[in-house]
Design a protein around this ligand. Structure first.
Ligand code: SF4
Ligand code: SF4
Length: 109
C-alpha cells in the first residue's frame, strides 16, 4: 500500500525532505522515477495534484526497507498522510519496489 496526502494538507513541505524514495512532490511539480533513486534519468511526468503536495504511489514503499514507519505520516503536523486504499501492496512487493528504485542498495537521501 502507498500513503496518500489528503485535502487537509497545508503545504508546509515538511514531509518532502523526509521521504527516502523522493516520492513526495509539491503541487504542480513534475516528477520522475529517477528523482532521488538510482535509476537513469527518466522522463518527467505530470503532477498528480496542482494545489497540494502529492505522493507518487509508484515510488512510495511506506518507507519499507528504510524505516519501521512511514516518515511522512510521523512528521505531518495535520495528520493528512494516510494509507491509500486504492494502492494495496504486500510488504514483499513494497520491498521489491524499494530494491527496484535503489538497485538493492540501502541508503538514505
Ligand atoms: Fe515517502 Fe515513506 Fe511517505 Fe511513502 S511513506 S511517501 S516512502 S516518506
Ligand atoms: Fe502537507 Fe503534511 Fe506534507 Fe506538510 S507535512 S506538506 S501538511 S502532507
Amino acid at each position: 500500500m502507498s500513503i496518500k496526502i489528503t485535502e487537509e494538507c497545508i503545504n508546509c513541505g515538511a514531509c518532502e525532505l523526509e521521504c527516502p524514495n523522493h516520492a513526495i512532490y509539491e503541487g504542480g511539480k513534475k516528477w520522475r522515477i529517477s528523482d532521488g533513486t538510482s535509476k537513469e534519468k527518466t522522463k518527467p511526468k505530470n503532477p498528480k495534484k496542482k494545489d497540494i503536495y502529492f505522493i507518487v504511489s509508484e515510488k512510495c514503499t511506506e518507507c519499507v526497507g528504510f524505516y519501521e514507519e512511514p516518515q511522512c505520516a510521523i512528521i505531518c503536523p495535520v495528520n493528512c498522510c494516510v494509507l491509500d486504499e486504492n494502492h494495496l501492496e504486500s510488504k514483499d512487493n513494497l520491498l521489491k519496489k524499494k530494491n527496484f528504485l535503489h538497485d538493492g542498495v540501502h541508503r538514505k537521501f
